[in-house]
Design a protein around this ligand. Structure first.
Ligand code: SF4
Length: 333
């Protein structure tokens, strides 16, 4: 499942990816990056570093998460070198954006901490050393793939370059995670967050809206949970149904666009003001998408979200008061 940030937004809309991100009453990711990299325009550049996933290779489970489109999964797959991927990604980003001053290497596919720690040490040490214009590292993984020695390594890495650990929670209900063959529990996510925060690692949490059994109040529950955690940014994902996945065989109804927008807005309304949104809707190519294509219209979805949030009362834009959030964050850390 693609977990990258939205690429398009209505002109004039400030929100996720817009650089300022306060107009809707919440913070866009570019606002967070502007704070971390003053005066610079920084973009994430996706790289595949040849990892696998314990939920695919049989260590935790086989088949992966029900939504996982793992046709690219092959332990012996020959990938282009990181240098080649970097050049391609850099050139594509430069074509797409008028100004880019630096790139965060984003290790996105599969579980990018799932390897012996010495292998990880060698890989992470390449950033930024081997890649001019690299200003940081963002590492996507699972809560069950971050033992203490890996977190220690990430903390070391963060001493020399901007480092974010992205962890998937997806749902706050174990029954939903089990049904989706996610292979970890909510408690494992909370434990990983607690141990990472104890090392002062910057964290991004991923959640999905539209999972079967999540409950009508999932947005409020998830938003309140995330607001109480030491998580700097959040990615909210609409549930894609990809061709050939277990999810497709479940024949579940997809959330219609207005319902997704409503749920995303309700979740966002619960987040803290200091938490940045890295994504609020994600797209997938028609060739692999089995569900309806409303996600292709990102601009329209973002516009709907802006209107929905704009019509919310100001006091609905921060469901958890700052003091209470701090208390919760400290109790987790
Ligand atoms: S954790 Fe990611 S790579 Fe692993 S099975 Fe789930 S979606 Fe696929």
């Amino acid at each position: 499942m693609n977990t990258d940030a939205p690429s398009a937004r209505p002109s004039g809309v400030r929100g996720p990816g817009s650089g300022v991100g306060e107009t809707w009453g919440f913070r866009g990711y570019r606002a967070l990056l502007a704070e971390r990299f003053p005066g610079m325009r920084v973009r994430k550049l996706c790289l595949q570093a040849g990892f696998t996933c314990p939920n695919l290779d049989g260590t935790v489970a086989k088949g992966g998460c029900a939504w996982c489109d793992n046709r690219g999964f092959s332990p012996g797959l020959q990938l282009p070198s990181l240098e080649r991927q970097w050049e391609r990604g850099r050139d594509a980003l430069r074509r797409r954006h008028r100004r880019v001053d630096g790139f965060i290497a984003y290790l996105q596919s599969f579980s990018n901490t799932y390897a012996p720690v010495e292998h990880l040490r060698t890989l992470y040490a390449r950033f930024p050393a081997d890649f001019p214009e690299c200003v940081g590292l963002s590492i996507g993984s699972r809560p069950d793939c971050v033992p203490d020695e890996v977190l220690d390594l990430l903390a070391e890495t963060a001493q020399r370059t901007f480092t974010t650990l992205e962890l998937g929670l997806q749902s706050d209900r174990d029954a939903v995670l089990r049904r989706m063959n996610r292979g970890h529990t909510v408690a494992q996510f909370l434990d990983a967050v607690r141990r990472a925060a104890a090392r002062r690692l910057e964290l991004c949490a991923h959640v999905i809206l539209g999972l079967p059994g999540e409950g009508d109040d999932a947005p409020e529950r998830l938003g309140t949970l995330l607001a109480g955690l030491p998580v700097a940014s959040v990615k909210i994902h609409n549930l894609h149904v990809m061709r050939g996945t277990p999810l497709e065989r479940m024949h579940l109804p997809e959330l219609p666009r207005p319902e997704y927008v409503d749920r995303a807005a309700r979740l966002i309304a619960r987040l803290r003001h200091d938490q940045a949104l890295q994504r609020v809707v994600a797209d997938a190519p028609d060739a692999i998408l089995a569900s309806g294509g409303w996600c292709h219209d990102k601009q329209g979805v973002l516009g709907d979200l802006r209107r929905r949030l704009g019509s919310a009362r100001p006091d609905q834009h921060a469901g958890v008061p700052a003091a209470e959030s701090q208390e919760l964050a400290q109790s987790v850390a």
